[in-house]
Ligand binder design. Sequence first.
Ligand code: SF4
Length: 263
Amino acid sequence: MKKQYVIPIFVPHLGCVNECTFCNQRKISGQMKNVTVQDVKNTIESYLDCLKDKNAYKEVAFFGGSFTGIDVELQNQLLGAAYEYIQAKKIDGIRISTRPDYIDKQTLKRLKKFKVKTIELGVQSTNDYILSKCKRGHTYQDVKKASHLIRWFGFTLGHQMMVGLPESTRLDELNTARELAKLKPKIMRIYPVLVIRGTQLEQEYRNGEFEPLELNQAVEICKELSQFFERKRIKVIRIGLQSTDTIIHPEKAGSEVIARSIS
Ligand code: SF4
């Protein structure tokens, strides 16, 4: 089997008018400026230069924010920059992540033209009460609709869920996993909640209204969820946010994490 490489390009908060209580995308990605076409090309070039296995499967991934919520002109420019490398046979595919309520047929037709292969949806929970508590601005119904459309158009479907959200219990999280498995994603990311500076969750935490999971609780539920997805043949490709210069242990200098349950 070919080795796989992901070339990550972060588009923090671009296209997102939402204010999920746990989110501060610029701080999560460690990136404060918006992405340009030149940034896309520079990132791809620098990754391609460093790759040891030139025959590996290479995918450019637009992470963060809500890709399909970006101004369509800019989306097309960013995708077009990556697509040039597909045409030149230097990369094999494109992956994006977005919100369930930013998916429709027209958008999917457009993404197909740029050879986008994988679409990851930020789901977080399938419980509408929990979704509204963290101000997600979409419902589980939106997740079902978007997931069906994505698969119907022939994309690889990915889901992202969170554990330890306000008022979410272990049972809610197991139930989210069961509901998502029915929608047949191929890949899954599981994110234990981090309390990030500048978010509403920070205020709730400081006011004593929110308590993050203990480390051992987060590990246990992530283990349980991973085993469940493994039984369903859904690949868990990530547990926990990637460390950056600022997403590090709360006690380290420069950390934007106020409290955490897992590293
Ligand atoms: S939709 Fe995504 S990018 Fe926007 S605020 Fe929520 S988590 Fe952050």
